[in-house]
Design a protein around this ligand. Sequence first.
Ligand code: ATR
Length: 289
Amino acid sequence: MIDSETKVVGIIGNPVRHSLSPIMHNKAFSHLGLNWVYLSFEVEPGRVRSAIEGARDLGMVGLNVTMPFKMEAVEWVDIKDGSVILTGSLNTLLFKDGKIMGFNTDGIGFLNSLREKGIPLQGRKVLLIGAGGAARAVAFVVAQQGVARLTVLNRTPQKAHRLAQELRSFKPETEVSTASYDLDLALVISDSDLIINATSVGMKDHPGIPIPTDDIDQRHVVYDLVYWPLRTELLKRSEERGARVVSGLEMLIHQGAESFRIWTGKEFPIPIVREELTEYLKSIEDNSK
Ligand code: ATR
């Protein structure tokens, strides 16, 4: 029951109606019997600061911040977690003692999803496809994990070079290279252990496949950060070729788990949330056929 004691969190973005976060967090609140609610707010560009400060002044506990405000929101924060300083973007706010605290739980969410599945990073060769916001969140945490090599591949090569340069300055001991779509891709794929798609290619409204799968086999783990559809073309074909595959739903759940912990101090009921989201995504997939 919502009453005067109900604690309020939510998400700001534009558009925000497709966000799965309200489903995820409200399921967790009801499962744990917490008198909390998670709402979504479509905020107009130019209103981000007033939305954040208004949420703080209304006594909300915190917010998630999604596209296109993840970078801008950094400007309106009083205290930045290291994850925000590193990536220049945030996805979680906590209002505490009148202060606005900013966090980016995407990177730690990615790492925790691999840990949960027992997929190691240390000593592994990683191919990261993409150089946008999602790729950056993953790249900086991966570079810290003692990987044998991190290769960045991006449609616009200059962006891959720039990200690689930032990663080298951040972690000089990590070998960081770039690959290109036309030259050495087959070789790089064959010589990788973990392949991560951090581009938008494969999303429901952006169908396709970010790399050819001819050189993928049972030695590979293929992680697609895309979660809608649950099984992207990349995951389908990689699985057919014997690779172990991980859906972007896992990162989504684990970044949510970290935000949840920041707000409530409690553990996220991951299996319950996973089941809820999987069922929901399957139901909308069936309806969209
Ligand atoms: P996000 O914050 O979700 O990562 P983004 O910053 O716009 O979104 O980044 C999207 C990524 O998908 C970029 O790496 C983009 O490549 P460019 O840097 O060349 O734009 C990549 N991308 C989008 N469409 C693509 C396509 N059709 N083929 C290959 N890469 C694509």
